[in-house]
Unconditional design. Structure first.
Length: 253
C-alpha cells in the first residue's frame, strides 16, 4: 500500500493559453518538511491550489492522502499568501479559527467542546489566545496572519500547506513560527511551505522543490547555487543574515 501523502504524475496546467506548469511529477513522503522555492509567477501557488482542489487540472494525475484533491479537506490545513480582505468580515478571532473545524462537522452539526478546545489550542500555539473576542478587522496584518495560521492548525491536519506564511508577521514571531512548524513536523505532520527565507528553510527543511514552470526536486535540505539558478533561470547571489549580513559568492581566484 502506498502511504505517500502526495503523489503527482505528469501534471501540466495552462491558464488562458499560457503554460504555467509543465510535466510536473513529485512524490512527497509522509513526515517530510518540503520547501518550495522559485520566482514569483513560477507556479508555486498554482501547484498548491491544485493540491487543495481549488484549481481544476486536465492533464496528469494528483493524489492527496490517497484521494483526489479536495476530497480530504478535513485532513489538510492551508495558510494562503494574501490576507487582503480578511479584515472585512464581521467576525471575531475565535470564529475565524473555528472555521478550520468545519471540515470535521457533519451536516447541521454544531461546534462541540472538542472543536472549541482545538481552536483555543491553535490560538495558544500562535500566541493569540488573548485576542479571541477581538474583531478580525481590528487586528494588524501580522496578527491576522497569525489567526489564519491558527485556523489551519485547528483541524489538526496531516498535511499543512503554507504560502509565504511570514510575509506580514513581526520578526519575533517569524522565528517562533518556524520553530512551531519544526515541532509539528517532529510529531509526524507533513509540511509544505513556500518561502524565500533560505536561511531558515535550510535549517528546517528535509527536501526542496524548485519550481519555475518545471520542477526540480532535491531529496535533501541543502540549498545550492546550482539548484537556485536552475529554478530562477538566471545567476543568483545568496545573501545571508546574521550578526553581520554578508554575501555568499562562488569560488573565485
Amino acid at each position: 500500500m502506498n502511504n505517500n501523502p502526495i503523489e503527482i504524475q505528469g501534471l501540466s496546467f495552462t491558464y488562458n493559453g499560457h503554460p504555467v506548469l509543465e510535466d510536473i511529477s513529485l512524490t512527497v513522503r509522509s513526515g517530510d518538511f518540503m520547501a518550495m522555492l522559485g520566482p514569483n509567477g513560477g507556479g508555486k501557488t498554482t501547484l498548491i491550489k491544485i493540491l487543495l482542489g481549488i484549481i481544476p487540472f486536465s492533464k496528469g494525475s494528483v493524489s492527496v492522502l490517497g484521494r483526489a484533491p479536495g476530497k480530504a479537506a478535513h485532513q489538510v490545513g492551508y495558510v494562503p499568501q494574501n490576507v487582503a480582505g480578511s479584515d472585512k468580515f464581521p467576525v471575531n478571532v475565535l470564529d475565524v479559527v473555528l472555521m478550520g473545524r468545519l471540515g470535521s462537522l457533519g451536516r447541521f452539526r454544531k461546534y462541540s467542546a472538542r472543536d472549541f478546545s482545538m481552536a483555543n489550542q491553535a490560538l495558544e500555539q500562535v500566541e493569540m489566545s488573548g485576542f479571541k473576542k477581538i474583531m478580525i478587522g481590528n487586528l494588524s496584518g501580522g496578527q491576522r496572519q497569525r489567526v489564519l495560521i491558527a485556523r489551519a492548525l485547528a483541524c489538526d491536519p496531516e498535511i499543512l500547506f503554507l504560502d509565504e506564511p511570514t510575509a506580514s508577521v513581526d520578526q519575533p514571531f517569524h522565528s517562533r513560527l518556524y520553530q512551531l512548524l519544526f515541532e509539528l513536523n517532529q510529531t509526524g505532520k507533513t509540511i509544505v511551505v513556500i518561502s524565500h527565507d533560505l536561511s531558515v528553510l535550510s535549517s528546517h527543511a528535509k527536501s526542496v522543490a524548485c519550481i519555475n514552470k518545471n520542477l526540480y526536486f532535491h531529496d535533501s535540505s541543502e540549498i545550492t547555487q546550482e539548484m537556485l539558478e536552475k529554478a530562477y533561470h538566471c545567476p543568483v547571489e545568496l545573501i545571508t543574515h546574521g550578526t553581520i549580513p554578508h554575501r555568499v559568492l562562488k569560488h573565485h581566484h
